[in-house]
Design a protein around this ligand. Structure first.
Ligand SMILES: Cc1cc2nc3c(=O)[nH]c(=O)nc-3n(C[C@H](O)[C@H](O)[C@H](O)COP(=O)(O)O)c2cc1C
Length: 470
């Protein structure tokens, strides 16, 4: 199989939107949309009467669902109360949320694939488990060609893709803190029941993202179906990073120290005899040609520079500010070991007025109104609860959370939606602040930047392709 050699990384929430993915795919790369929080994002786009979303929704195969979503969410419905509050994901998920999730993933992939026949992928986070079955199915209804998944060990996904494509029921085991061994909690989805008939769909290729040889080997051995390729991501990449193998060692500025043990042995990856792609600062002709020629990689996955293109979801003003900082050599990226509620290190760009600044963080009232990153736990009565270390501290402690887990935690759900222009503004006028993630490659990408304005996804893709082909 000839997979595209340039994969544009799936960047959530909504940085890798359909516009970016479509432009990259048309230009010969693999455009990838982010699936994270698409239900909320679709509803917020509809709130602003986004016509592309409406048009795609009207192509959704179940008219009763698309019409109901438009009736409920198109335009402002609630007398200036702001964005509608959706139900939370839970083990007993509401039918309405299942339908919204399937439709939202359908819409994003449909739009990314519109008007061309090149492949398009979707990126999911393994740690965000409850939406997964529905997100995959919605994307598959729109004919998604690749599923890419990071931030965990997605052993069950290949088998789920097989089942969903055959129209069979599928289940996903959930991690529940405090559950006894032998107890299992699952999400369940019946495509036949949802669609009202048995439907066969294309089985997309599955590429997990891994950051160690052990994980790559485990996934190859223990997955319940075919893995079609691997993305090997190093710790310079934007977004979340795998924690260092040696824990508890920090630089003076508080970022974790990575060492030799964190470098993936590519010779061992080659022995797995599977296409692999390298991610994390693969942006210069020298680095790229070395990668392809010496390491034997099939290609690269690139995020940071695509996040700064005119098509990406980031607010235009913040992109222009970052590009200026890059040109002036004043951009600073910090690997924050505490910011993300997932517990994984998270790359944060130090930018004035954003949550990277202590006073902006201190002044943000803690609220948890999206809950995508909540951990599931079993309480003393045996019920399942949901807690996030970035939620109000007293709530978290009441749920058995530990105080030290709350220190420095940032509400990524709200901040990442703010970054793309869909942040909450509350009744008292408080606006959710930004928190920008980018990779260490910010110091290597000035050759992509035009004298004025932002680079285009097309030009970045073509430039990257030329580095691989030469
Ligand atoms: C703004 C941003 C958001 C990201 N979000 C995700 C994500 O949601 N899921 C994921 O698997 N990777 C995410 N990544 C990582 C990229 O998909 C990609 O692997 C990485 O950016 C490659 O390294 P580079 O930043 O040096 O190009 C993100 C990266 C950036 C810059």
């Amino acid at each position: 199989m000839n997979h595209p050699k340039i994969i544009q990384g799936g960047m959530g929430i909504g940085v890798s939107n359909w516009k970016l993915a479509r432009a990259v795919s048309i230009s010969g790369g693999l455009g990838v949309v982010s699936s994270t929080a698409l239900d909320t994002l679709m509803v917020r786009r509809l709130f602003h009467k986004d016509e592309d979303t409406k048009r795609a929704l009207l192509k959704f195969p179940l008219k009763n669902i698309s019409e109901k979503i438009l009736d409920n969410y198109y335009g402002e419905k609630n007398n200036n109360k702001g964005y509608p509050q959706l139900p939370f994901f839970s083990v007993d998920i509401r039918d309405e949320l299942i339908a919204l999730t399937i439709a939202a993933n359908f819409v994003e992939v449909y739009l990314a694939k519109e008007g061309h026949s090149n492949p398009v992928g979707i990126n999911l986070l393994e740690k965000v488990q409850m939406p997964t079955l529905y997100s995959l199915y919605g994307a598959m209804l729109a004919g998604v060609d690749y599923v890419i998944m990071g931030a965990g060990i997605p052993r069950e996904i290949p088998g789920i893709l097989d089942k969903l494509s055959a129209g069979h029921d599928a289940e996903l085991n959930l991690y529940v803190s405090g559950a006894q061994s032998g107890e299992s909690y699952k999400m369940h989805f019946s495509p036949k029941k949802f669609m009202g008939k048995q439907l066969n769909l294309k089985r997309p290729y599955f590429f997990p993202i891994v950051s160690s040889n052990t994980l790559a080997t485990t996934l190859m051995k223990k997955s319940n179906g075919k893995i079609d390729g691997l993305i090997i991501e190093n710790y310079s990449a934007g977004g979340h990073n795998a924690p260092p193998r040696v824990k508890g060692v920090f630089h003076d500025n508080g970022s974790p120290v990575y060492g030799d043990k964190d470098i993936v042995n590519l010779d061992k990856i080659k022995e797995l005899d599977i296409p692999f792609f390298l991610a994390g600062s693969f942006v210069t002709p020298e680095i790229i040609s070395k990668t392809i020629d010496e390491a034997g990689a099939s290609g690269i996955q690139v995020g940071t520079i695509f996040a700064l293109t005119s098509e990406s979801g980031f607010e235009e003003s913040i992109k222009l500010e970052i590009v200026n900082k890059i040109k002036n050599n004043t951009i600073n990226i910090f690997t924050d070991p505490m910011a993300s509620p997932t517990g994984f290190p998270f790359k944060v760009a130090s930018i004035k007025g954003t949550l990277s600044e202590q006073d902006i963080y201190d002044n943000r009232p803690r609220v948890c109104n999206l809950r995508y990153l909540a951990e599931l736990y079993k309480d003393e009565n045996g019920n399942i609860g949901y807690r996030c270390p970035a939620e109000p501290i007293n709530e978290y402690l009441k749920k058995g959370g530990k105080i030290e887990e709350t220190v420095g935690r940032k509400c990524l759900c709200n901040a990442l939606l703010a970054n793309i222009g869909y942040g909450n503004t509350y009744k008292n006028g408080y606006k959710e602040p930004y928190l920008i993630t980018l990779g260490d490659s910010v110091s290597l990408i000035s050759h992509f930047l035009p004298d004025e304005g932002l680079p285009s996804a097309k030009n970045v893709t073509i430039q990257l392709k030329s580095y691989i082909e030469n």
